[in-house]
Design a protein around this ligand. Structure first.
Ligand code: FES
Ligand SMILES: [Fe+2]
Length: 438
């Protein structure tokens, strides 16, 4: 397949897609070019690099990148590549580079914004070559565009395209809600993250995240085991800790219950699943938290903030945000059948310790690689990738409740009482088609 004979419409129909989009390495390269190395991609959170010289590294599409806090307080996003002979400048996930970067190979050095500071023997060895501080080829290249939305840093490698604000659109309610849950309106990342490499195409993961039918099937046994213990504790002490509910909800909610929650599809491919957990417990710490929020925002706004019904917002093409529990997962595709997730969570500035503990519990019990929930999903991801390699069928189905999707103010919404509809996946595949046609 060559770029010029590629037509996205050959691969995506309104209710189904060709299996090749998950298994063809050439299509993967094209996706990196037209999606991941074009549109706004989440780099990291500003609180990962609080001090001058702090940096972290990550993958943006196929590009190794660096996010760094400059001496002037701003954040730069640079290609992690030395302009001399191509060595990566930073080999670690994170660190502090001091006042400048220095390449470990031949000691070229660069300021925080990537501009050239010095080349050894510049005067004697490079005379007449055109190499020097005035030559833009001698700097570490910066991402074309970088923007900060309430501490969430995004970059785009394309000079042109929608602004970050337009790209996030109404879906940014999830980012706002995560921050608004802090009495100070700010969040702070908790170091460090889990990194999980999984053997599946990146789209299999993002389709799963907003699939409201799979929990009651895939996670049934894990949920049921937690439910058993939850009941035992309830019998003994009257009430089990909230953390049991985080797992048991997977078993106690029926398909009808899941159907009662809305799923949505936003422009540019973002998708969401409604909130399903009961997260307004009446213990003293939770009440204290509500008192602090009321003091900061007033009672009405406090209620509004705590009742935003979003369990999960999946920003296309790979940023998962769970505002109620301050969770963040980001997908870094590695190849057509491999991807990495970075799994993080946040502390709400000014909130009681118990609220932080609740986020940590969810992080460990549901999102971490140590939990059975993650293992349940991981097995499906691997099975999907293997199965899609078979010639058993050329198409992948997204027909669940097809033909009944609604539209509300530019947002696709699952039909009433059909929250398990494949509405959000249909939104994702249409976005894929649009990006890939470009
Ligand atoms: S490769 Fe970086 S200084 Fe030579
Ligand atoms: Fe799952």
């Amino acid at each position: 397949m060559h770029d010029h004979d590629f037509a996205a419409s050959d691969y995506v129909e309104p209710d189904r897609v060709r299996r090749e989009i998950y298994i063809d390495p050439q299509l993967f390269e094209l996706e990196m070019e037209r999606i991941h190395e074009q549109i706004w991609i989440y780099c990291g959170h500003a609180t990962q690099v609080p001090h001058s010289g702090d940096y972290c590294t990550f993958q943006l599409g196929r590009q190794p990148m660096i996010m760094i806090r400059r001496a002037d307080g701003e954040v730069s996003v640079l290609y992690n590549r030395c302009p001399h002979r191509g060595a990566m400048i930073c080999g670690n996930h994170q660190g502090n580079t001091g006042k400048f970067f220095k390449c470990s190979y031949h000691a070229w050095s660069f300021r925080h914004d990537g501009s050239l500071l010095a080349i050894p023997m510049l005067d004697s060895a490079y005379e007449g070559t055109g190499w020097g501080a005035d030559n833009p080829d001698c700097r570490m290249k910066a991402a074309a565009r970088v923007e900060n939305y309430r501490g969430f840093i995004f970059a785009s490698l394309a000079d042109e395209g929608p602004s970050l604000e337009e790209f996030l659109g109404k879906a940014r309610i999830a980012l706002d809600n995560m921050c608004d849950r802090s009495p100070e309106g700010e969040i702070e990342i908790v170091p460090n993250c889990y990194r999980v490499v999984q053997r599946s195409n990146w789209k299999i993961f993002i389709e799963n995240q907003i699939d409201a039918l799979h929990p009651s099937v895939t996670h049934q046994s894990t949920g049921a085991a937690a439910r058993e213990i939850e009941l035992e504790i309830q019998k003994k002490t009257g009430e089990a800790p909230l953390s049991y509910h985080m797992l048991s909800a997977f078993a106690t909610l029926t398909v009808e219950d899941w159907n009662a929650f809305e799923t949505k599809g936003y422009p540019y491919g973002h998708t969401s699943v409604g909130g399903y957990m009961k997260l307004r417990p009446r213990d003293p710490e939770s009440l204290e938290y509500e008192r602090l929020l009321t003091k900061a925002y007033g009672k009405e706004r406090m209620e509004e903030i705590l009742d935003v019904p979003i369990h999960h917002m999946m920003f296309y093409p790979g940023l998962g945000i769970q505002p109620q529990l301050q969770q963040l997962r980001v997908v870094r595709p590695l190849s057509v059948d491999r991807m990495l997730t970075e799994i993080w969570y946040f502390r709400l500035k000014g909130a009681p310790e118990a609220i932080h503990q609740r986020a940590l519990d969810y992080y460990n019990l549901v999102n971490s690689p140590a939990t059975m929930i993650n293992a349940d999903d991981m097995e499906n991801f691997w099975k999907c990738q293997q199965g899609l390699g078979s010639k058993g069928n050329s198409w992948v189905s997204f027909h669940r409740h097809f033909g009944h999707d609604l539209e509300r103010e530019g947002v696709m919404v699952s039909p009433p009482d059909r929250g398990t509809s494949e509405t959000p996946m249909r939104n994702q595949i249409q976005a894929w088609k649009k990006y890939m046609e470009a």
